[in-house]
Design a protein around this ligand. Structure first.
Ligand SMILES: [Zn+2]
Length: 250
């Protein structure tokens, strides 16, 4: 039921403007609706790669995630003020770049490959820097449709080692993290959210494009919505995703 009304709402309200979207059945991975030119062409998707880099780390560290301290901009975070001490769940919630930069230092490109294979993602370039493993730069390009399906696979593997702290971070993101704009709009359901920001590929160009991936409802997802909003950061694009989901919920 959710997915039927969702398809109608997207066709009716979001077929123009700066928004690209993919709507999938989150259990089967089937594409239900789309407005996204070249959704199978690999592009930079920013922080959407972080959960998969985290899993690569976990697999080579006995599934124990580290605790790191974020000192803000001076430590390489996108946020000027420090996030402070974070575990993996908090780092996903706020999408802390300082945390993930430190984590990615201990992940080799070869360790990403088996995880990318498991989740159907394109591989990073052989000479990819550790910064590119957290979604900075252009050395790990992934097609939007593959990324969407990777997250539906991530949820299906919720009981496997290392996955649940990541999903909990996505749940908290919708409540009080970078995806909070989604949680604010939803009245009856919770969502799992991951945001991302990447260089804009449009012409005319903007400083950035924002990405939001959401699975709804959080405890037993039926739909997966991935959107890109031209010219804004991911946390701002979450406003748009929240509005879309609220209309579907009604
Ligand atoms: Zn931070």
């Amino acid at each position: 039921m959710f997915s039927q009304s969702a398809v109608e709402i997207l066709h009716r309200n979001y077929n123009a403007g700066d928004i690209s979207y993919l709507l999938l059945d989150s259990n089967s991975g089937a594409l239900l609706a789309s407005r996204w030119e070249d959704y199978d062409k690999p592009i930079s998707l920013g922080s959407l790669v972080k959960p998969f880099t985290a899993l690569s780390y976990a697999q080579s560290h006995e599934f124990r995630y580290p605790v790191y301290e974020c000192k803000g901009e001076s430590g390489g975070c996108w946020r000027p003020q420090p996030h402070g001490k974070l575990d993996i769940t908090a780092a996903i919630r706020v999408s802390c770049n300082a945390y993930f930069r430190q984590l990615a230092e201990s992940v080799a490109v070869e360790q990403i490959v088996p995880v990318a294979q498991t989740f159907g993602l394109e591989f990073p370039d052989d000479d990819a820097t550790s910064a590119s493993l957290i979604g900075l730069g252009e050395q790990w390009r992934i097609s939007p449709i593959r990324m969407a399906r990777a997250y539906s696979e991530l949820f299906l593997r919720k009981d496997q080692r290392g996955v649940s702290p990541i999903l909990e971070g996505m749940r908290q993101s919708a409540l009080r993290g970078t995806g909070a704009a989604v949680g604010r709009q939803l009245q009856h359901t919770e969502a799992l959210v991951k945001t991302g920001t990447a260089p804009c590929i449009h012409s005319p160009s903007a400083p950035a494009d924002g990405f939001v991936l959401t699975l709804v409802p959080a405890d037993k997802p039926e739909i997966l919505l991935l959107i890109r909003v031209h010219g804004v950061v991911g946390a701002k694009a979450a406003d748009t995703a929240g509005r879309m989901l609220r209309q579907m919920e009604e």
